[in-house]
Design a protein around this ligand. Structure first.
Ligand code: MRU
Length: 362
């Protein structure tokens, strides 16, 4: 999984008019590579969660704009596609970041050579994302090494959702310190929250940890508090879809409850984030971060395989009213620290600006 050549999105080697992704809806049962032929395919792949995870959403939108330019190399057409792609998912700020970065290239390039310029930019976004995850891994692993040294035993990490290689281009954010720990010979074990309703933990995180031989155990979302009360979690590390400049963190629904349980039990709660996930324009997460609401069927139905065949079953009465909030906000006061590509800081404006001083005036 952490092999240098692993990527979650790439240009088809023998046909540069096609972008390829892993259809993450089918994991862990099937590994299917899916072709994106147009920007509309990219829009659908984000909205219907063939791809997901904040950094990968941003990268897919970027490649979508490249596909738009291949279809019609006019800046007007690409800008129209950008307006539509911006609406594909609301919470992860990497989407806006990736699109704005591509539109800056459109502004600089005009219509001549637009596909080539956008291809190079989308590729750069992906290459940089790998370096960012590597930086998070290098800084985050020191926290795990400290725990290992203090404890002289296995370091138990709890994570929620999938902030792994599959959510980024490679390495992941929350998982990067774990992969680095494994490479450094630190004994590490991961408690994997199932992460209802879409089960990114059981379907994606468990799959990718297994692919890298990282010891892990799947738990139901409600088990974390119990494990913390019994000293079975040394540290919680999650990802984030949007972090405000004051350190409030939006992440998959249920993250807040993990932070509360960690706070009550004195367990450090870290959030791993690439700087591309910081929304420098927002301060107060609960009030300012848009929380995506998704289809009720994600809650009322469950997907799996039975005798090797895909199966989707309804677990509720037909008329049960359902709401499906996909994210929640953990206030900065519950976050022990933020692990970024430039280092670990307090979850506060001062902490973030200490690492990113160039954002002071933004
Ligand atoms: O709905 P998803 O699967 O896109 O949600 C993903 C998460 O909540 C991740 O934790 C977050 O995007 C961080 S990914 C490095």
């Amino acid at each position: 999984m952490t092999a240098a050549d692993f990527r979650t999105i790439w240009l088809k080697p023998d046909d540069a008019s096609i972008v390829q992704i892993i259809d993450q809806r089918l994991l862990p049962h099937d590994y299917v590579v899916h072709d994106l032929l147009t920007w509309r395919d990219a829009d659908k792949a984000i909205g219907e969660m063939y791809v997901r995870g904040a950094p990968l959403i941003g990268a897919t939108a970027a490649w979508g704009l490249y596909l738009a330019a291949v279809e019609n190399p006019s800046s007007t057409f690409v800008r129209e596609a950008a307006t539509r792609l911006l609406k594909s998912r609301p919470t992860a700020v990497n989407l806006r970041w990736g699109i704005e970065r591509m539109l800056a290239v459109v502004g600089d390039t005009g219509d001549t050579g637009l596909p080539e310029a956008l291809r190079d930019e989308a590729q750069a976004i992906c290459d940089e994302d790998i370096e960012i995850s590597r930086g998070i891994g290098e800084h985050g692993v020191r926290l795990l090494a400290d725990i290992a040294a203090r404890k002289n035993g296995v370091v138990n990490v709890l994570t929620h959702c999938n902030a792994g290689a599959l959510a980024t281009i490679n390495y992941g954010t929350a998982t990067a310190p774990v992969y680095f720990a494994q490479q450094q010979g630190i004994d590490v074990h991961v408690w994997v929250d199932e992460t209802r309703p879409r089960n990114q933990g059981s379907q994606l995180t468990a799959w990718e940890l297994a692919a890298s031989d990282v010891p892990h155990t799947l738990i139901v979302d409600n088990a974390g508090g119990h494990l913390m009360q019994h000293g079975m979690v040394d540290v919680v590390i999650t990802g984030t879809d949007r972090t405000t400049r004051c350190g409030d963190v939006a992440n998959k629904i249920g993250t807040y409850l993990k932070a509360l349980a960690a706070f009550d039990n004195g367990v450090p709660f870290y959030v791993a984030l690439p700087s591309t996930t910081i929304d420098w324009h927002s301060r107060e997460g609960i009030r300012e971060i848009p929380i995506e609401e998704r289809e009720p069927e994600e809650v009322s139905h469950i997907y799996g395989v039975h005798d090797g065949e895909p199966l989707r079953v309804c677990t509720t009465a037909n008329d049960t009213p359902v709401s499906n909030y996909a994210f929640d906000v953990t206030p900065a006061r519950l976050v022990t620290g933020l692990i970024t590509e430039r280092g670990v800081c307090d979850a506060s404006e001062d902490g973030l600006l200490g690492l990113f001083p160039e954002m002071r005036e933004k």
